[in-house]
Design a protein around this ligand. Sequence first.
Ligand SMILES: Cc1cc2nc3c(=O)[nH]c(=O)nc-3n(C[C@H](O)[C@H](O)[C@H](O)COP(=O)(O)O)c2cc1C
Length: 666
Amino acid sequence: MSTAFPPGTAPVKAQYVVSLQNQTLPDDDAAEGNTNHVSLIRVTEEDGDDDSKAPTQGEKPRMSGAQRKKLARDEKKKRRGQNKGRRFQKMREELDLCWKVAAGETCEFGSECRFTHNVGEYLSAKPRDVKFPAVSELSTEPPFVIPGDAGAVANQVAETQSSLDPTTMCTVHSETGKCRHGFKCRFLGAHVEAVGNGFSDELSLIVDGEKAAHAAVSATELNFVDPDVRKQLRTRKYPRPVSDAYLKEIQQSPDTKDEEILETPEEAGAGFEALTSRDIGMSQTDTPDTPMRFVEKKRLHWSGKTYLAPLTTVGNLPFRRLCISLGADITCGEMGLATSFLAGSKEEWSLVRRHPSEGIFGVQLAGNKPSTLVPAAEAIARECGQNVDFVDLNCGCPIDLVFKSGSGSALLDAPGKLGKILTGMNRALGEVPVTIKLRAGVKDGRNTAHKLMPRIASEWGVGCMTLHGRTRQQRYQKLADWDYIKECVAAVRAKEADSNLPPIPIFGGGDAFSSQDYWEKVEYSGVDGVMVARGALIKPWIFTEIKERREWDISSKERLELIRRFAEYGLSHFGTDTAGLNTTRRYLCEALSFQYRYVPIGLLEYLPSKINDRPPAYRGRDELETLLASPDSRDWVKISEVFLGPAPEAWTFVPKHRSNAYESQG
Ligand SMILES: Cc1cc2nc3c(=O)[nH]c(=O)nc-3n(C[C@H](O)[C@H](O)[C@H](O)COP(=O)(O)O)c2cc1C
């Protein structure tokens, strides 16, 4: 059978093949590298909070302006596969209603308020409500929604020229009993009632008190950080006693010349043994200035659990929530820069937000030295310690600007400095464990993880290690090296046995794409689990497959239901007003820019499917399945319109990477 297909081709059955020309392989390196808050070149965000976008102070202490420009030029060259200058504007309404009045409250600014307080006037200018379809209304044929009986009522409302559609549903209101956007909600018809004789008269917002009380406990997102805290950080008034004591300690150590500029492994490693041990992370010696309590770290019992990888931009809260609903056990937020946390950046602090369904949740930090990473960890522990189960240190990020500043995968070549960072973070985090995510090494053919991992396990006290089996240099087209992952696991276990230490969980990472593939990787390499990244982006239901040890021939309708679920979670997180709705649309399109790559396994001659296999052009088993396979970004926008209504004229979606031959929508 397999001989019929050239290597690297997804074996699509002949009856579904439209053209034998394979689709181009999407550029995952570009997708990983094109980050919102990391890249210094591309600066765009909806949230309008610019403070995290400026080149981060302190990360590149010895880089001149000219050097930085050269770096940016080099970076640009490298990012040929990316769409540069993606801009996503926050969509606003022409006549904007005061959010207090919108929520049925009184605005303390009264007539001084710069937003309108006239609900009637606002509603007559407001675009028509969006119809959010129920699961039962979804269909596999265009327009992919069955109108249902509700249409008649909708027409009646249209006759009153009202923006309201009483047949729609507001998923936030149905889940939580109230909608914080009130009159500004684009699904308002679902939670407003007329007081008087018609919709255009007096309107009042409906609140289901009992549901709201229940939701306050079970459905409220966690880790909102007060703007005052961010201000304190920005103005350097935020207390950081543990970090200050630790940094003083390492600075005063005769073996540490200048911690800020330690670069080479030799310099970094010199004389550090006295300070570092696995136990140091758990119990520390007191310093005269700051008495330290003995702190027992929470142990991570992660063996056998499924782990969704940290994913910049696409690993947002709604996506993580979707994966949880499909079987993911452990989730980690998108990589955040230590310096931006310390600068009080609103965008960076939003990365710690956690949904209550995220049972085991961590925050990932990137940085290049103890003086930023340790205080950032301390602030996270103080502000969110109760609701953060681990803090992960990024030692894998390959992006040039991150690497060249000494962060991400650059730390792989600076073990001494890495030890100081881990020891300090351990102290700063109290009982919250530190975990670490590494790559095999920096350069191809020069793997270092097998030496580094046993040291990390025995000397610096991490709660879990994840190894992505590629070097920094390696592209995604080449498969991860699971032989090497196996070698590293063995090296760690041998060291632990020698040192009489309990085994810590080790996760491997790279190319997991099916249940069979996942379990084979676990059994072969001896890891405690596989962290799943692109596999989850392309098919979020991979977690169900893994848990149930089966391959799921998911139907197009079921996939549409999951897209609906993502839209629901997006609206709940970003908001149901015009701005939130279009931010949801943007992140839905980001998600679809990976999901179109799923080739339904029912169309394949044989299994398992492989992550790097390219399909020929094919049609699905129904129109919806064909649409879901489209690499055209305009089709992703079309799919978003099923749930979020027509995209505004001014709204465009430019995909992250040029994976297809089509123009962007716009
Ligand atoms: C779009 C994208 C974003 C990523 N963002 C992060 C990140 O923020 N932090 C991180 O440690 N790794 C990040 N990675 C790397 C993944 O977590 C993972 O290690 C890698 O993709 C290998 O796993 P896979 O073969 O299952 O995709 C990203 C990867 C992709 C494709």
